[in-house]
Design a protein around this ligand. Structure first.
Ligand SMILES: *[C@@H]1O[C@H](CO)[C@@H](O)[C@H](O)[C@H]1NC(C)=O
Length: 396
């Protein structure tokens, strides 16, 4: 009878938790889900970036006879190892950024014996023969031909430190240059996704990576509904031509569908859509406090062990229990509750899980541990309970 009752309670709890989670999921606010999946439910996993030249080849081969238009920002300090190779043995010192007209050839030379190269990740994944890396005696050369706007990104040279045949990258000596490949037809680096889901965590900077292929493009940020341009003041939201837009301290009102618009000359294009989902992100892992109704319980009596977390409002805390009765298959019969805590300035709440042990037996003696978890992490608290013989009624 007791077991049936306990299982009933357990399943009701599990079902109601599942139901609530499904309901929350519908609203797009289920924290766990948001943490584990970057894409919306039911959507196929994010495909890899477009194949090299995927977009370009569809439109037929590009003219490669045209001389690449080359332009660089002033040289940064220490960028002496990496140079750009121009026509016939001419070299050019590099700054932080460089532009090579899409369709043209990028040729970089880096001093070192040997060196290793870092390229935008999709070039690494889908090398279709356009990228060539050659190591000469005193320097390495990277050549990228038939470039497209999609090649836009960071190119890094790592000098290697070798002892006999054992080599490792010298990260502190790495030199990098951000290369734009301005494409007259594509202002944004192409993406194979129609939209991208991005999590906005409380007070964590969030990047909307709408990467342009030309440093000259003027980029603005827009909200889909209600349609409006989003103010970019450089403090709350800022723009970097090498990264995109950053929302520095996300708040719930930043959520929604956003996209970037780039314009250059007569061309005006929209980026991939970004679905921003706000997640109430806690500042710290929870700090549970555990307390048993009594540290010594008589056989046959009931025992309650409570686990309490004081935390920020609207931050979900998950509780799990370890207790001696688990060994004999006692189901976890728990009651969970959340109530606001009005005291103090910041809105806080108290989350609590109470483990109920009915009709205590000897096996229930031992350590009770509660683990409380939120999106920042988990912490445990323990207490021990002694089981004693029933108190004999005192003779009057
Ligand atoms: C570059 O483009 C030209 C002209 O379309 C083509 O003939 C050549 O094979 C391409 N080279 C590479 C390495 O893809």
């Amino acid at each position: 009878m007791l077991l049936v009752k306990l299982f009933g309670a357990k399943w009701r709890l599990v079902l109601s938790v599942l139901f609530i989670c499904a309901l929350i999921l519908e609203l797009g606010y289920c924290q766990k889900d948001a943490q584990e999946h970057r894409t919306t439910p039911g959507r196929k996993p994010k495909p890899t970036k477009p194949k090299l030249g995927g977009k370009a080849t569809n439109k037929g081969p590009r003219a490669v006879t045209a001389k690449p238009k080359v332009k660089a920002t002033p040289a940064a300090k220490g960028q002496t190892l990496l140079t750009q190779v121009l026509n016939k043995g001419k070299f050019k010192k590099l700054g932080e950024t460089l532009s090579v007209q899409a369709g043209g050839t990028l040729e970089l030379r880096c001093k070192g014996k040997p060196v290793q190269w870092g390229v935008p990740s999709y070039l690494e994944e889908d090398d279709d023969g356009r990228l060539r890396i050659v190591q000469h005696e005193r320097y390495g050369v990277l050549t990228l031909v038939n470039s497209t706007g999609a090649d836009t990104g960071e190119y890094t040279c790592y000098p290697m430190y070798c002892e006999d045949t054992d080599c490792r990258k010298e990260y502190d000596k790495a030199v990098k240059v951000f290369v734009f490949f301005p494409d007259p037809q594509e202002l944004f680096v192409p993406s194979s996704d129609y939209y991208e889901v991005i999590q906005l965590r409380t007070n964590w900077p969030t990047l909307l990576p709408c990467q342009v292929t030309s440093p000259e493009a003027k980029v603005t940020l827009h909200r889909e509904f209600p349609p409006a341009e989003v103010a970019v003041d450089g403090a709350e939201i800022s723009f970097n031509v090498r990264r995109g837009f950053t929302i520095h301290r996300p708040r719930p009102h930043h959520a929604g569908a956003l996209y970037c618009v780039a314009s250059l000359g007569n061309l005006r294009q929209s980026s991939t859509k970004y679905m921003l989902i706000y997640v109430n992100y806690p500042m710290a892992p929870p700090a549970p406090v555990i307390q048993a109704s009594s540290s010594s319980v008589a056989l046959g009596e009931n025992l309650h062990v409570s686990c309490t977390v004081m935390g920020e409002q609207d931050v979900v805390v998950d509780f799990t229990w370890e207790y001696p009765g688990q060994q004999i298959g006692r189901p976890p019969y728990t009651q969970e509750s959340v109530r606001p805590d009005g005291g103090g300035g910041a809105a806080r709440q108290q989350s609590q899980s109470v483990l109920l042990v009915e009709e205590v037996r000897e096996v229930d003696q031992g350590t009770y541990t509660c683990t409380a978890q939120n999106l920042q992490g988990a912490k445990s608290a323990s207490t021990t309970v002694k089981v004693v013989a029933k108190a004999k009624p005192k003779k009057p």
